[in-house]
Each structure stands twice: as structure tokens, then as C-alpha cells.
Design a protein around this ligand. Sequence first.
Ligand code: PMP
Length: 364
Amino acid sequence: MTERVFNFSPGPAVMPVPVLEQIQGEMLALPGVGMSVLEISHRSKAFDAILAEAQALTRELLRVPENYRIIFLQGGAHLQFTMVAMNFLRDSGKTAEYILTGSWGNAAIKEAQKQGPTRVVWDGKEHNYSYLPKWSELKLSPEAVYVHFTSNETIQGIEFVGEPETGGVPLICDSSSDFLSRPVAVNRYGLIYACAQKNAGIAGVTMAVIRDDLVERVPKALPGMLDYSNFVKNDSRPNTPPVFAVYAFMLVARWLKNEIGGLEKMAALNQRKSKLLYDVLDSSGGFYRPHARPDSRSQMNVTFRLPSEELEKTFVQEATKHQLCDLKGHRSVGGIRASIYNAMPVAGVETLAGFMRDFAKRSG
Ligand code: PMP
């Protein structure tokens, strides 16, 4: 099969077609280099330029202030769960606070608990993580070493708007599934991290935007590959970085800037896309049951149930025949999940919305 389907996978996920085409076009030789990006040294001038452009574009798109470093790491967002706690919680004599809004917040605290004391400030477990707290509800301690939250819970399909007021306590965010999908007030954060394989490219690289005073706090004796300050000091190259994944990230960032026109435009497009699907859910007369409460709905992952598991199975099978692929929900929530990251075209979402209306009419 060479025809492209509409790919609603939660990640690795759909990529912008112009980016794939450019990768294809440059696969044998990078312009002016004469070697494939798969063959160049991570210390070469060609890679220096790719890395510098990736950082500059991130800084420009997210309006990252001067006192933040942009680094590329490996080990996925999972390793960030550990690194955050090793760098800032372990041996601090303090407690780290976690806001538990779904599967990924829980995965993050589990790793942190191995490094030091943690406190859960809010837990949405009793309603199966179907909504988020209001920021004003949270009782955060001024003594915490940091506050950690997940801006978008990929599995449950709930997404925060904005961020909590933490006073002087550093705010740390797992932004894996909504990074670069909208503008963010970076100056409110100590550290934002995100794996790339949803909105920002391919698996293999993880981004971190980290404030200078946090880099300075990193204890001395950490293993080098788990030490943020080592990545800053060596400009993301304490060892061989994932060259191809950084290149793919850079091309996606270029696409965001040049073809989309920046994060405000991207956010407007993402809102338009998610509204198309939430409108179908809300006007289905109860046939589709959204998982997320309306005030907590994600722009990235739209999650819902059908009247029976049998119908959910049929829905996924029929959708696949219509080239609408990877719509099965995560087993912990069940039902359907449509992941509609930056690169999902409006046409894909319109096709899915049309299919959903038709399916409800035939089956309801
Ligand atoms: N956090 C969030 C919000 C995610 O969506 C994911 C991936 N689905 C992860 C963490 C884990 O990422 P990785 O597989 O790169 O470790």
C-alpha cells in the first residue's frame, strides 16, 4: 500500500507530509553536504547547523526567554520521570508535589517515589480521570521542591489550560502530547519536557526547556547521562545524540513556522479540528459518550465510548475500511480515541466526523 490513510495513532503519530517529502528528497544527500543525514557525524558542521536551527526555532516558536536552555535528550518522557526526581528531589530534604490527572501523571510519580518523598496534591482516580482540578482548588505548599503536572493526559483525553500559580516553587510539566500545539507562558515554568513522537517529530528524542537556576541546582555526583547540567554544558551532546530525530524535529519546527505560521495559528487550527469531533459527540443524542467532562476536554486526544463494546469493535473495523486508522482507545479507558495532533489535516478530521455521524445514524 502506498496510499496514505488518515492516521489517528496516539504516538508515534502522523507527520506533516511536506516534512516526509523533504526527508525523502534529502535522504541520499543533505544539500551542500553530499552525505545522508543518517551518515553524518554528530560533531560535523552539518549537524551543528541542524541542532542550532532546532534550538532557535523552538525558542522563536515558544518565545523561550533568554534564561532558559533548550536541550535534546534520549530515553523518552519515561526517563524524564526519573531525571526530574534524581536532579531535583533526591537528597533535597524536601517533598515533591504531583498533580495526578491520569495515566501519565501516575507513571511520573511512581518513578519519583524511588528517589524521594512525594505528595499527591490532587488525584482524579475516583472519577477515572475524566476531569481536571481548577487551579484555585489546589493547596500547594511553598516548601515543596517542585510541583509536577501533565499538561495533556494522552490516554484519558483531558488537557489543562494554563498553569498553576506556584509562588517561588519551580513548576515542572510533562508536555509530551501537547508540546508545540499552542503557545505557552514558558516563564511560568522551571522545566518543560516532551517526547517528540506526537507533535514534534519522531521517536528517539526528548526535548527539555529548562531554566538556568534549575540547571545550577543539579547535584554534582549524578551519572552523566542523567544530569541535566551535563546536557546543557555539552550542548545536548554528552554522547552521540539521535541525529536523525533531531533533524526530523527541526523540519517539523520549520513547518510550524513557515507553513502554519506559528503557534497561535496552530492552536486555532487544533481548536477547529477538535471542535468538529466534540460537536459530533454532543449532538449524537447520547450515542457517543465522551470520557472527558466538557471543561477538561483535550484538543489533542478525543476519547469516547459507544453504547456497547461490540459496537466499538465494529466502529473501529468500519473506520479502518474508510482509511480512518488507529482509533482504538487505550485499554484503561476503553472505547475510541482519536488523536488529532498538529499534523492531522482538517480533511482527516472532517472525514472522521462524517463517518461518525453516519455510523450513529445506522447503529443508534
Ligand atoms: N507522558 C505523556 C503525556 C505521554 O503521552 C507519553 C507517551 N505516550 C509519555 C509520557 C511516555 O513517553 P515515552 O514513551 O517517550 O517514554
